[in-house]
Design a protein around this ligand. Structure first.
Ligand SMILES: [Zn+2]
Length: 364
């Protein structure tokens, strides 16, 4: 297996195009064409994690948080980042970061938190717009199903939990084949009328190349007429945060105890109890305070995240129960999520979870 094969599998799940502007996801250290037999998965790639990977013979570290975030102007062991990168280079270990691209897919970081909480009917809290394209292609009647199949096979036509979604309308296409062509129907130099179907599907931008190629190869015409249109719709499966609910509401105190139990916390920082049961929960792993207004708008009874500042507790303004389970606390299950995904998609590739606790915050 080469490192780039592992990356291809990871990026089919969390395409790098979904990362935030400030982020630095992707391969940070190493040669993508190098062979690799096992990976070590972690939340933060520190010197201790690199040492662990070396001891375990793992040629690749898959980390949630990028170790190189800002540019590096030198590699002289001055900071922990430089020392970590130097250690990785010394041991021939590659480092790959899967960060906000994994935050921005519904079955990523936040989906894992929701699953641990047992939330139902989950959806993205702040769907991202500009993440959908509409493809409309004109096909002769007899070939419409073959083209539809090819589009679906390449990943087009997914709407939430539904797939193979399309719309078809019949009409008449005209064309006049020019010199040197070999038209599928009609004669060179004569206008031809052909009963056609307009097949419409939606697709995310990262599948555009694959879907268009599949459409062309299944289509009988030399020149395929199609429209690829950017949509303003929010993508239901792509964006920040998540909202879900339980069938049975929980009393606030019990809710907070449940958080401590699930996330292994000694305490949870939260706003004043509101005397209302908690049924719908908005959440965002890591630092999610920027989603407070969307959490309120979603009708959530509680908003769960990490890294909240003092004044942000005031901002909740008794509109919901705001709870901080810590940045590390909220994302601690992410390595297990990544490992499970790789084990499922690449059963012959060895994936190990780090045993190094990288939470930089200690409690006494
Ligand atoms: Zn984080």
């Amino acid at each position: 297996m080469r490192i780039k094969d592992v990356i291809t599998v990871l990026e089919a799940w969390a395409p790098p195009s979904l990362q935030e502007d400030y982020d630095n996801c992707g391969l940070q250290v190493g040669d993508p064409s190098a062979d690799v037999t096992s990976a070590l998965v972690c939340l933060d790639c520190t010197e201790a994690v690199v040492a662990e990977a070396a001891a375990k013979g793992c040629g690749l570290i898959i980390t949630h948080h990028p170790v190189i975030f800002k540019g590096l102007k030198s590699l002289v062991a001055r900071t922990y980042v430089e020392r970590t990168v130097l250690a990785a280079l010394k041991h021939g270990i590659a480092i790959y970061a899967i960060h906000t691209n994994l935050d921005n897919v519904l079955n990523g970081v936040n989906g894992e938190i929701a699953a641990r909480l047992g939330l139902l009917r989950t959806r993205v809290l702040a769907p991202r717009s500009g993440q959908l394209r509409k493809l409309a292609v004109f096909v002769p009647l007899a070939q419409a199903e073959a083209v539809r199949k090819a589009l679906f096979g390449a990943g087009a036509g997914q709407v939430g939990a539904y797939d193979e979604c399309s719309f078809s309308s019949e009409g008449v296409g005209t064309f006049k084949a020019g010199e040197g062509t070999d038209p599928f129907v009609g004669k060179v130099g004569e206008r031809h009328q052909e009963p056609e179907v307009r097949v419409e599907v939606i697709l995310p931008p990262h599948l555009e190349g694959r879907v268009v190629a599949a459409m062309r190869s299944a289509h009988p015409y030399e020149e395929v007429a199609f429209d690829l249109i950017p949509l303003a719709n929010g993508h239901p499966g792509i964006g920040s945060g998540l909202v879900g609910e339980w069938d049975q509401p929980l009393e606030e105190g019990i809710f907070l105890s449940k958080l401590k139990e699930i996330f292994g916390l000694r305490s949870v920082r939260h706003t004043a109890l509101l005397g209302q049961p908690v049924r719908r929960i908005a959440l965002c792993g890591g630092s999610g305070s920027f989603l407070l207004e969307q959490a309120v708008a979603s009708g959530a009874d509680a908003f769960l995240t990490g890294d909240l500042k003092y004044h942000q507790y005031f901002d909740a303004d008794r509109r919901l129960l705001l709870a901080d389970i810590g940045h590390y606390g909220s994302e601690q299950f992410t390595p297990a999520l990544i490992a499970r995904y790789l084990e499922r998609e690449m059963p012959t590739f060895a994936v190990r979870l780090t045993e190094t606790v990288t939470d930089p915050i200690h409690y006494s």
